[in-house]
Design a protein around this ligand. Structure first.
Ligand code: CMP
Ligand code: CMP
Length: 302
C-alpha cells in the first residue's frame, strides 16, 4: 500500500534480499521512503555517508536504502536546525557549509556552551532517534548549509540497531581506556561508531617496524609486546601492553613508517580506528599522545 507523502517522494514496499529483510522481520513491515534523485546526487550522498562514522557498519544494500531516503534541506546562516529540548524525528548529514552545536550545560541557566562545529561529512541529530529523547543540543547554521535529512523510520529500520548496539557494546570498554578519559562521553560514543574489531593469534605480528601505517589500535583483551631494532641489532622488547593500552599512534601522528613491531603474546582482540577517524576524533588528544610518545625516546636509549 502506498501512503500519502510530500510531493516528489515515493513510498515503496521494500524489496531487498532476505538477508537484509530477515534482520528486521520482527518489526512491522518496512516501507522504504524513496526521494527520487539522479545517480550523480546518489554518488554525492554516498561520499558523505562514507565520512560519517555512524554509517560505517552498514552493508552496501542498507546504504542504498539510506541514500534513497535522504532528502536535501537548505538553511541560511543563522537559522536554527535543531533546538535543544524539542522533539526530533530526523537526523542530518552535512553536505556543504558549517554549523555550531551548543548545549545548556547548567540546566538552570539559559546560557549555552559551544561544543563543536560541524563540517561536511559530519552527522548530527541521531541521539533523539536512538534514545527517543528530546534534542540534547542546539544546532545553528554558521554559513548557508546544505544537509541530507534522514527520516526516523528509515533510521530505525536500517541504522539504529547497528549504531545503538555498537555504542552500548563499547561504552564500558572505552570509558576504561585511560587515553580517552579527557574526551567527553558523547565523543567516546563516536569513537565506538568508528571502531573495527580484529583478533590476532598468540605469536602473530600485529605491526611491523618500517611498514606503512594506517590504523590506531586499542587492546580489548590479551597481551602484546613492542620490539624495536636498536642500532641495527636484533629487535628487543621496549614495551608491554595489556587491555585498554593503545599503540600505533606514532605513524599516524608523524606520517612516518611504523617505529616498532607489535607482537601478540596471547590471543589479542583489538579495536582499530582508521587514520581519518583517528585524526577527527582523537585529534584533541594530540598533546597527551605527544607527551607519551616522548617517553619512547627513553626506551630507545636503553
Ligand atoms: P540530538 O539530541 O538528536 O540533537 C542534538 C544533537 O547534537 C545530538 O543529537 C548530537 O547529534 C549532537 N551533539 C553533539 N555533541 C553533543 C553532546 N556533547 N551531547 C549531546 N548531543 C551532542
Ligand atoms: P607506530 O610507529 O605507529 O607503530 C609501532 C608502535 O609501537 C608505535 O606507533 C608506538 O605506539 C609503539 N611503541 C612502543 N614503544 C616504542 C618505541 N620505543 N619507539 C617507537 N614506538 C614504540
Amino acid at each position: 500500500m502506498v501512503q500519502a507523502q510530500p510531493a516528489g517522494t515515493v513510498n515503496k514496499r521494500i524489496s531487498v534480499s532476505a538477508e537484509v529483510f530477515g534482520k528486521y522481520n520482527k518489526k512491522e513491515e518496512f516501507v522504504a521512503h524513496v526521494v527520487p534523485k539522479t545517480d550523480e546526487i546518489k554518488t554525492k550522498i554516498s561520499a558523505r555517508l562514507a565520512m560519517a562514522f555512524m554509517f560505517k557498519a552498514l552493508a552496501e544494500e542498507e546504504l542504498n536504502i539510506v541514500i534513497d531516503a535522504m532528502e536535501e534541506k537548505k538553511f541560511q546562516a543563522g537559522e536554527t536546525v535543531i533546538n535543544e529540548g524539542e522533539a526530533g524525528s530526523v537526523l542530518f548529514v552535512v553536505e556543504e557549509g558549517s554549523l555550531d552545536c551548543s548545549k545548556r550545560l547548567d540546566p538552570n541557566s539559559q546560557e549555552a556552551t559551544l561544543l563543536k562545529t560541524y563540517q561536511p561529512g559530519d552527522a548530527f541529530g541521531e541521539l533523539a532517534l536512538l534514545y527517543n529523547a528530546p534534542r540534547a543540543a542546539t544546532i545553528i547554521a554558521k554559513t548557508a548549509v546544505s544537509l541530507w535529512q534522514l527520516d526516523r523510520n528509515t533510521f530505525t529500520h536500517i541504522v539504529k540497531d547497528a549504531a545503538k548496539n555498537k555504542r552500548d557494546r563499547y561504552e564500558d570498554f572505552l570509558s576504561s581506556v585511560p587515553i580517552l578519559q579527557s574526551i567527553d562521553h558523547y565523543e567516546r560514543s563516536k569513537v565506538a561508531d568508528a571502531i573495527k574489531e580484529s583478533t590476532f593469534a598468540a605469536g602473530s605480528q600485529i605491526l611491523t617496524e618500517g611498514a606503512d601505517g594506517s590504523d590506531f589500535y586499542i587492546i580489548i583483551s590479551g597481551e602484546a609486546i613492542a620490539t624495536k631494532s636498536l642500532n641495527g641489532a636484533a629487535p628487543t622488547q621496549v614495551k608491554a601492553y595489556g587491555p585498554s593500552d593503545y599503540f600505533g599512534e606514532r605513524a599516524l601522528l608523524l606520517s612516518e613508517p611504523r617505529a616498532a613491531n607489535v607482537i601478540a603474546q596471547t590471543e589479542v582482540k583489538v579495536a582499530t580506528i582508521d587514520r581519518d577517524s583517528f585524526q577527527r576524533l582523537l585529534g584533541p588528544l594530540d598533546t597527551i599522545l605527544q607527551r607519551n610518545m616522548d617517553q619512547y625516546m627513553t626506551h630507545a636509549i636503553q
